[in-house]
Design a protein. Structure first.
Length: 93
């Protein structure tokens, strides 16, 4: 049986966790609608690997995250070399 302080902390954080889950679902739905299922699946995979790496220090999850980062860097670099900027540049003061 959990100690009274643990139950109290769990109860206190429950509304926040529910809000976070709701916002995550809304964000996921928006990404799927605006960018498509493939982008949503990529984001989900990155998110799940990040959680696994953070919580469990999962080496396979870390390797997957690193591989995706390298691939994204190459894709952005190739796009920039092709004359298009995929991301907005920050305004210069």
């Amino acid at each position: 049986m959990p100690a009274p302080q643990e139950v109290e902390a769990e109860d206190k954080d429950l509304p926040l966790r529910e809000d976070i889950r709701l916002l995550g679902r809304i964000l996921g739905d928006t990404v799927r609608e605006q960018a498509g299922a493939a982008v949503f699946d990529t984001v989900q995979s990155i998110r799940q690997n990040a959680v696994r790496f953070h919580r469990d220090e999962d080496a396979a999850a870390r390797r997957e995250l690193a591989a995706r980062a390298v691939a994204a860097d190459r894709q952005v670099g190739a796009t920039q070399i092709g004359g298009r900027m995929p991301l907005r540049s920050a305004p210069t003061p």
